[in-house]
Design a protein around this ligand. Structure first.
Ligand code: SPV
Ligand code: MG
Length: 578
């Protein structure tokens, strides 16, 4: 995932030396663009002991960079284009990178190239001692002209002088075996280059038989003894790849580069897919040999973008409060007057004002109150009022749908007689889910209240989580089987709090199910309601459940309270006073 692998150039540059110091060797994989960089960088085999087997770094190969651009590997692709590929890979990876610098060009050009690589955070550049423009080393019969060792040594020395940090390495690549000049020539050049300040030596060979590279490794050890220090020894075992990394390490190699395999793998796969599509006249058969689109999306970070969009969209979430009926409790009417529940005051603040303040603290600023009777008595300025022309039908569902236009970016539905803490709202806003109901798990301990008020009960597939009494518990993927006022109290596991969250997608689902039901159930019984026109919010939720839409729940066991009657009112006053 592209933003996942963030790292500073300094942190990355020193990683190669650190790995070499710690493990004695580094296993490097070729990459040629951002995607292959991501794949090589993040490849991991989970071992039984919990460790992850992975590559230690990346090789930005001249062969595969050129080939991925459709060009031969003959220093045709210039430094700007190479730097562009290098930057593309660096942008999305965090492992150390070794750059294949070809011949390095003329010494001044090489200085500039080095300074740019170092700035990017590249750990090492390997240059080969051939005359510009070089030819790839693997093709038999290709022209291979070696550079004068002193000219090449000067290039190394000048590149080294430009480097600002000790972490940036210039490794000299010996092409003596490729040009059939023998081991003695290779060792003599290695001596010259090390004396000029090379930070390592790479010996290259295109022979399947590793005899010469092994002999070179032995001679290299002697040379290092002679010089009194040892610099890392690098190999590219493309031709002699029956040998394992372990065998190469035993022979004295410190950096093992698998130099072209990701490009060759994609080349073979692309050819196969082209043939399959041509033969089948469609792409269906090719699907079997293609990665799923989603895997590619995941690797390049598209799923992260999607999740972030969801989070930022959530900031546009509004609250819709359907106020659906007049006060029913006579004692409460005597106390507060015949006003909508939203206007009932608790310690100098109306219920709607308390709701709005908590919602504002949870960063919800668009609050819509849908009402009818006494709506003019709501004077709190933070609230946008929507008139429900069918207020007298007492249908919370249709009241909610008076605010259908406001649902488009997602919303929280809150019953007008519910008080709640901010944590209840902020918790539900964290969700990645599309529809979440906040349900109370203390319901079984409140059975005594049932005869007084008809509660909206829930039967969840699992028992209520009462382990953490008086805690707000996180979202669960608990399935709801049934919801409503007529749910058997003995079977119910939770109580619906009157708070539900719908993401943008959740709101779309709700809207389409509502409109389909409006057609199908017009004038007919709709779950617990005598007709669709008098339906409750829980009736549409039951419809969603029956249609198999995934509903999530957030279990709470405190932090909210409904005010249905004087008893609730007094209880709310008491809790606000303490
Ligand atoms: C490359 O990968 O570009 C190399 C290694 O230089 S090789 O192709 O074996 O020469
Ligand atoms: Mg190369």
């Amino acid at each position: 995932m592209s933003l996942k692998n963030l790292i500073s150039p300094e942190q990355r540059r020193k990683k190669l030396k650190t790995i070499l110091l710690k493990n004695g060797f580094a296993r490097i994989i070729e990459t040629h663009n951002g995607l292959s960089g991501l794949i090589g960088n993040d490849a991991c085999i989970n071992l039984e002991n919990g460790d992850c087997l992975e590559f230690d770094g990346l090789w930005e190969s001249s062969f595969t960079d050129s080939a991925s651009k459709g060009h031969p590997d003959a220093e045709i692709i210039g430094p700007d284009s190479r730097l562009h590929s290098i930057e593309e890979i660096m942008n999305v990876t965090n492992k150390p990178m070794i750059v294949d610098g070809d011949t390095g060009g003329e010494a001044t050009q090489f200085e500039y190239f080095c300074s740019k690589l170092e700035r990017f955070g590249v750990s090492a550049v390997i240059i080969e001692d051939k005359i510009f423009p070089k030819r790839n080393s693997l093709e038999p019969g290709a022209k291979q002209e070696l550079e004068d060792p002193d000219v090449f040594a000067t290039k190394i020395w000048r590149g080294n002088k430009i480097a600002l940090s000790q972490d940036f390495m210039i490794i000299a690549r010996l092409e003596s075996l490729i040009a059939n000049k023998g081991i003695e020539d290779a060792i003599s050049r290695a001596r010259t280059y090390l004396r000029a300040g090379a930070d390592g030596i790479m010996i290259h060979s295109k022979e399947r038989e590793p005899r010469d590279v092994f002999r070179f490794a032995e001679e290299y050890t002697k040379l290092c003894d002679e010089l009194g220090y040892r610099k890392p020894l690098v190999c590219v075992p493309t031709a002699y790849n029956r040998l394992t990394e372990q065998e190469l390490v035993q022979r004295g190699f410190n950096i093992i580069i698998h130099a072209n395999h990701l490009l060759r793998a994609s080349y073979a796969a692309m050819q196969k897919v082209c043939k399959k599509i041509l033969i089948s006249g469609r792409s269906f058969e090719a699907d079997l040999i293609c990665a799923p689109v989603r895997d590619v999306f995941k690797t390049v970070g598209f799923m992260d973008v999607k999740e972030k969009d969801k989070v930022y969209n959530r900031m546009k979430t509004c609250a819709i409060i359907p106020d659906t009926h007049r006060l029913l409790d006579t004692a409460l009417i005597e106390k507060c007057g015949d006003i909508p529940i939203s206007a009932v005051e608790l310690l100098d603040k109306s219920i709607i004002q308390r709701q709005a303040e908590v919602l504002n603290n949870a960063k919800i600023f668009n609050i819509y109150l849908v009402g009818g009777f006494g709506l003019e008595k709501i004077t709190y300025r933070q609230i946008k009022k929507i008139i429900n022309p069918q207020y007298d039908l007492n249908s919370p569902l249709h009241a909610l749908f008076c605010a259908e236009e406001q649902m488009q970016d997602g919303f929280i539905m809150i019953y007008s007689d519910v008080l709640f803490y901010e944590k209840v709202i902020s918790e539900v806003l964290q969700t990645q889910e599309d529809i979440v109901l906040i349900i109370d798990s203390t319901y079984p301990s409140r059975l005594d209240r049932l005869h007084k008020t008809r509660m909206e009960l829930v039967i969840a597939k699992h028992q209520a989580n009462n382990d953490h009494y008086r805690m707000l518990t996180p979202l669960t993927d608990m399935e709801i089987k049934m919801i409503g006022k007529r749910v058997s109290p003995d079977l119910a596991t939770h109580e619906f709090t009157g708070i539900a969250y719908f993401s943008e997608q959740g709101a779309d689902i709700l809207k389409s199910v509502y409109h389909e039901a409006a057609q199908k159930y017009a004038g007919k019984k709709f779950h617990e309601a005598a007709t669709f026109e008098t339906a409750s919010f829980t009736d549409i939720i039951q419809e969603l459940i029956d249609l198999g839409y995934p509903l999530n729940v957030c279990e709470v066991n405190q932090g909210w309270q409904e005010i249905h009657n004087t008893h609730d009112y007094k209880h709310a006053l008491e809790s606000l006073q303490c």
